[in-house]
Design a protein. Sequence first.
Lengths: 192, 192
Amino acid sequence: MASPKSESLRRTVLDAAVAISAASGPDAISMREVAREAGVSHQAPYHHFTDRSGIFAAICEEGFRQLSEALLAPRPSIDSNMCESYVHFALQNPGHFRVMMRNDLCQLADYPSARTEADRAFDILVDEVKSLLGEGADSEVVKTQTAYMWSVGHGLATLLLDGPLEIKLEGIDDMNAFIHQVLRTAVASIRA
Amino acid sequence: MASPKSESLRRTVLDAAVAISAASGPDAISMREVAREAGVSHQAPYHHFTDRSGIFAAICEEGFRQLSEALLAPRPSIDSNMCESYVHFALQNPGHFRVMMRNDLCQLADYPSARTEADRAFDILVDEVKSLLGEGADSEVVKTQTAYMWSVGHGLATLLLDGPLEIKLEGIDDMNAFIHQVLRTAVASIRA
DNA sequence: ATTTTTTACTAGACAGTGTCAAGTATGAAT
DNA sequence: ATTCATACTTGACACTGTCTAGTAAAAAAT
């Protein structure tokens, strides 16, 4: 399918894996399928990834880096908050997001570079909570409010992406507006 | 391992599957492994479940029924809310919960009895939101607030169970108190 | 310029998987 | 006594991840 016989096989395999994840979920990613899609032998990907979870780790690393960018990017409206960026990232990058949030696919502890990217994204969220709470915020409060903020964004993202919410809340014409409405109150309550 | 040669094979297989899911996640559930654990041939479970996703559907059906019970059960404190019940259910029944929230494992639409149980649990949540908002609540507001409430509970549950939150927020001595703190503000904001 | 090493693969095999097809033993119904 | 459904067992097939052992070509070392 794509151009093999080069260092870019890594890129090709990764793209194929992400595409499969977006279309059918991470479990559908198979070593042999991505090889087939790249037009190489079933063993070729092993030269670029130690094993199947190595592919997942690479997707995580890339995904968390892109998530950090998305969280830091200027938001379209002053009324929009970081949770919205999180949810939009998830919906726009389902292939990456599904892998990133499946702890069982790869142990981040075993892949330091992926772990670093995940940490960075988390730190961005913590900083946002701190800035919402103001300077002299109690560290315990920061902890619970960070957990809260992540929960809201993550919960909405996963429910919209794969969960039963999609089925239940059918007939949402303007998804962006819906997301905005759901998260508006959420973040407002942190300030109070 | 358990007593085969009876209708209770179904129960035995189901228990084995839930146990595996709790220990290693739903992907570790294998037709042949549960058969082995039940002490029967690799094909025996097929008499009780159409295929692998049939097992997942059965776990969903059972899980959603138990979730409904948990949501309706009297709560320990007047200060405690339905989201807390949801999160506690998830943490106490990880084997079921992990399967219930993985839409890719089985298509609920194909298993009416499982679908019915899921619908019932969802309706309980909607009713709670309605009662929090009061009688004359706008249906659009009910929709967003239901999504919000589910997102908070679901997000916290999945993050605590499998997500990176466990790693990030290490050193939580009293988990119940933490959950309570995170969700207290959340539900309070619905009333306002 | 020749040898060695490294890179980027290919080819084959093995154990494990889900599941289709076909057989068997046992109890109930006719 | 025969039929029939239940609850299995056995065997096979295609598929999977991954181990081992090649190979062909380019880069590095001599």
